[in-house]
Write a protein that binds this ligand. Structure first.
Ligand code: NOJ
Ligand code: CA
Length: 668
């Protein structure tokens, strides 16, 4: 976690001739470029001297078949260069980032186009990007990407299915040879023991990349189409265009993938001049009650966001060191069945006095997160976006949660170029008004938070809500997420349900079916200690304690969230195996917060505390699974212990089946 930072950028050419190979600074990762018999560009990747990607073809296909973007190329020239930079971000798992890589730039030309292929070799993986120039073309229609990832060996893989409209899918653990398609990040462990993850970086004005497995060990890039009515159209680009980076993170241990900054390093520097207003926060809100079916967003006696409930949540936040509050259903236009939307983000619901709530929150020193559920009606939302954001900004609101629930955005896939443009537009308009964004039903993160650090967090996987109205997220979901979805960036999972079996609402006649399944048929597949640990493990700079506040009132274990600081300076994944367990520590100032979670298997962990500062005594408060704890039969058993510990100590930790442990370390 501690790094020596040199505040300089060094960029130096070091090639002679026309090189076709580049290795990372420590030599472990190497990329080899070649041209096939028909002038098709190809690349291969090795790690520690072992092949990971066998020579694999590169290119794109334009709708105009006379435009050849994938073969007939000859080498114009190539060169390599070294790059070294240390940069900082206003928040993040790590505020200080080190970028050391070597680049191979290959200039090619054929009868239609010139193409620069830019390969970057980092010690923890690679990035490759295409820069095309098609003379005489104002715009091009792209109908396919031809990038292949021809794996050198079979592998275990962890991924969700490729789906252009939703990432809220269950993870599968499959052999690569048995995989059909996948969304990214697609994580694997090869039979040679190499860990890797394929994803993309800097996804700007382009559709997302998914993967299709063509034969058992070869994955093809498959771009999200525009929509079900326009499956051939993938992207419309100018005659000169750059693609997002295609990325491959590599590691010797599973946790190396989490500790990598490769995706951020492949994004553009911050575009916001003054970032002083961008601040991580903890929040609570009127939210879980709706998913449980206890409250409604709409207009009935179950309406959750009333002036009165808002005051209670603000009081709770002020009394419990919670920074912000969210009230879904604050605005007018919700109907009970979501059959028709007439949302208005400038008109509060009749029983929600927004100005009074804001004044009360201000008086109590609590921030307000405004909610815009668009139901995917993006054109409608964009038409009044500036007015709606002005409305919030004028009232001193600095945080926005958006939602795009339902299928399609005006007939386009959520992950199409249309969607990508929209999410970026909201982030930019919000930044112009000093507003942070938390998007649900988003496009996946590709490191754009480096450029727009106001785009704090997003959903983009099955979050807590699924536990209220489905068979729920299985225990191993939380040991897969950090090695897959969270490699792309923070997630607004909204952990922290203490009433695991919804006992506090059992038999309450107000509880109605929401989203097909009655919450009395559901539960959270967890122990209580695991819910606490997830506040650390599932990183989000806007971190929610998602339960009804009544379930926290007087609960001793809520002290962890009170103490927790979401504004961490540095993070380290300490140990773990994908789908089995993971332990992560985050430092915020002088304090450390540790979380470890396990799948359905109980396990013991030996945890050296070498991450603590040497010579400092810490009060460690340990929130652990209690006697007999087990996610199925005894989820509530927990215990809290306090010890004085130093960096020389090693803790022996016991995690129950489906359990976890959270520890705060406060210097004495
Ligand atoms: C889906 C979001 O993920 C959830 O957080 C929100 O409560 C609903 N949409 C309503 O906006
Ligand atoms: Ca959702």
């Amino acid at each position: 976690m501690k790094r020596l930072l040199l505040p300089i950028i060094m960029l130096a050419a070091f090639s002679c001739g026309n090189p076709t190979r580049v290795a990372s600074p420590d030599g472990s990762v190497a990329i080899e470029f070649s041209l096939g018999e028909n002038g098709e560009p190809r690349y291969a990747v090795s790690f520690d001297g072992k092949a990971v990607i066998e020579p694999s073809s590169l290119g794109f296909q334009a709708a105009d078949s006379s435009l050849n973007l994938s073969s007939g190329f000859h080498l114009v020239r190539s060169r390599t260069s070294r790059f070294s930079e240390d940069w900082t971000q206003p928040w993040g798992e790590n505020k200080q980032i080190r970028d050391r890589h070597n680049e191979l730039e290959v200039r090619l030309a054929n009868e239609c186009a010139s193409l620069v292929l830019r390969f970057r070799a980092f010690d923890d993986g690679i990035g490759l990007r295409y820069e095309y120039s098609v003379p005489g073309a104002d715009t091009l229609v792209i109908c396919d990407e031809l990038t292949r990832f021809r794996m050198a060996s079979d592998a275990d893989t962890w991924s969700i299915p490729a789906n252009f409209d939703s990432y809220e899918q269950e993870y599968r653990t499959l052999r690569l040879s048995a995989l059909d398609n996948a969304n990214t990040p697609m994580t694997f462990r090869t039979d040679d023991g190499i860990y890797g993850s394929i994803h993309e970086a800097a996804l700007v004005d382009f559709p997302e990349m998914t993967l299709r497995v063509s034969d058992s060990l070869t994955m093809l890039a498959a771009l999200a189409p525009d929509g079900p009515q326009n499956l051939e159209l993938k992207a419309v680009v100018p005659g000169t265009f750059k693609t997002p980076w295609r990325t491959l993170q590599l590691g010797r241990k599973a946790v190396d993938l989490i500790n990598s900054s490769l995706i951020l390093n492949l994004n553009e520097p911050c575009a916001i001049a003054d970032v002083s207003w961008i601040k991580p926060a903890k929040y609570v809100g009127v939210w879980w009650g709706m998913h449980l079916g206890l409250n409604s967003w709409g207009k009935d006696h179950r309406h959750g966001a009333t002036t009165e409930s808002a005051r209670r949540y603000i009081d709770f936040a002020a009394a419990n060191n919670v920074d912000a509050v969210l009230f879904e259903g604050w605005n007018d236009g919700w109907t009970l069945g979501w059959a028709h939307h007439d949302f208005d983000f400038t008109r509060p619901a009749p029983d929600f006095d927004l100005d009074a709530v804001l004044a009360y929150a201000r008086e109590k020193g609590v921030d307000y997160i405004i909610h815009h559920e668009t139901a995917g009606e993006v054109a409608w939302y964009e038409a009044q976006l500036e007015r709606d954001l002005d409305f919030a900004a004028e009232r001193g609101i600095h945080a926005l949660k958006t939602g795009y629930a339902g299928w399609l955005l005006d007939g386009h896939y959520h992950h199409s170029q249309y969607g990508v443009r929209h999410y970026a537009k909201v982030a930019a308009e919000a930044a112009a008004r000093q507003m942070m964004v938390d998007a649900h039903e988003p496009i996946k993160e590709t490191g754009l938070r480096r450029t727009y650090p106001n785009f704090m967090t997003r959903e983009g996987a099955r979050g807590m809500e699924w536990n209220a109205w489905s068979r729920g997220n299985q225990p191993s979901h939380h040991e897969i997420l950090p090695f897959t979805r969270l490699l792309s960036g923070p997630m607004d999972y909204t952990p922290g349900i203490f009433d695991i079996e919804y006992r506090s609402i059992a038999g309450n006649p107000d509880v109605q079916v929401w989203n097909n399944v009655h919450s009395s048929q559901c539960r959270v597949n967890t122990t209580l200690a695991k819910q606490i640990a997830l506040w650390v493990v599932l990183y989000s700079p806007l971190q929610m304690a998602a339960d009804l506040i009544e379930n926290y009132d007087g609960h001793l274990a809520f002290q962890f969230f009170r103490d927790f600081n979401p504004d961490c300076d540095a993070s380290e994944a300490l140990q773990g195996e994908i789908g089995e367990y993971v332990a992560i520590v985050r430092r915020a100032g002088d304090e450390f917060f540790y979380g470890a979670v396990t799948n359905e298997d109980a396990r013991s962990l030996e945890q050296p505390l070498a991450f603590l500062r040497p010579g400092v005594n810490y009060t460690a408060t340990i929130y652990a699974d209690g006697p007999g704890a087990d996610w199925v039969s005894n989820p509530y058993s927990y215990e809290i212990r306090q010890l004085t510990l130093t960096s020389a100590d090693t803790l022996s930790l016991s995690l129950a089946a489906g359990g976890g442990v959270a520890i705060s370390f406060i210097p004495e």
